[in-house]
Design a binder for this molecule. Structure first.
Ligand SMILES: [Mg+2]
Length: 178
């Protein structure tokens, strides 16, 4: 079998550019969003009005919404606001090893929380190529890459995270939306 290089199914500048109707028509019923730098800035407490409206419109359209995050910050407010599924294993105890993106165990947990959806019926949308998109694609999600809304954690900046990611993008022949 050829060793097919996994790529994002879709690439957009931001979540507003995604063709949700086409996703629905392709069979996607669950939209899983990364939070930090995808829906808001790092550690944001709430989303701007445009994003809030989009999420509510998607729910009204029929999508189920999930938030899949490595954050340790309490995100219960998001679960309540959007009647969403929240996958946030890191929050339980940051000092105990818990599954996190891009680990397969994280996506297995997410799938369990979603009720084990059929492959390609759930999409994962995020700003990080590997953690949010390629790892999700490997686990049967439709991976959608968007550009980060702001700067990363200081530790990621110190470790030149985006420079390494850019190298990986080039290696995979993937071009971010501009
Ligand atoms: Mg992010």
């Amino acid at each position: 079998m050829p060793n097919r290089r996994i790529k994002p199914s879709h690439i957009h500048t931001n979540i507003h550019e995604i063709d949700y109707k086409a996703l629905w028509e392709s069979g996607v019923r669950i939209l899983c969003f990364d939070v930090d730098n995808t829906l808001g800035l790092m550690h944001c407490d709430e989303f701007d009005q445009k994003i809030d409206e989009l999420l509510r419109n998607l729910i009204a359209f029929g999508f189920r919404i999930a938030f899949a995050t490595n954050s340790t910050k309490n995100r219960d407010n998001l679960r309540e606001q959007y009647n969403a599924i929240l996958c946030q294993p890191q929050r339980i105890n940051r000092f105990v090893k818990r599954p996190h993106k891009p680990q397969r165990a994280f996506y297995s947990l997410l799938q369990a929380l979603l009720g084990s959806p059929a492959p390609r019926t759930a999409a994962m949308i995020g700003d990080k190529l590997n953690a949010d998109v390629l790892a999700a694609e490997r686990c049967g999600f439709v991976g959608i890459l968007v550009n980060p809304l702001g700067s990363d954690l200081w530790i990621e900046r110190a470790l030149f995270f985006r420079r390494l990611e850019n190298r990986r993008l080039r290696q995979h022949g993937i071009v971010r939306a501009s």
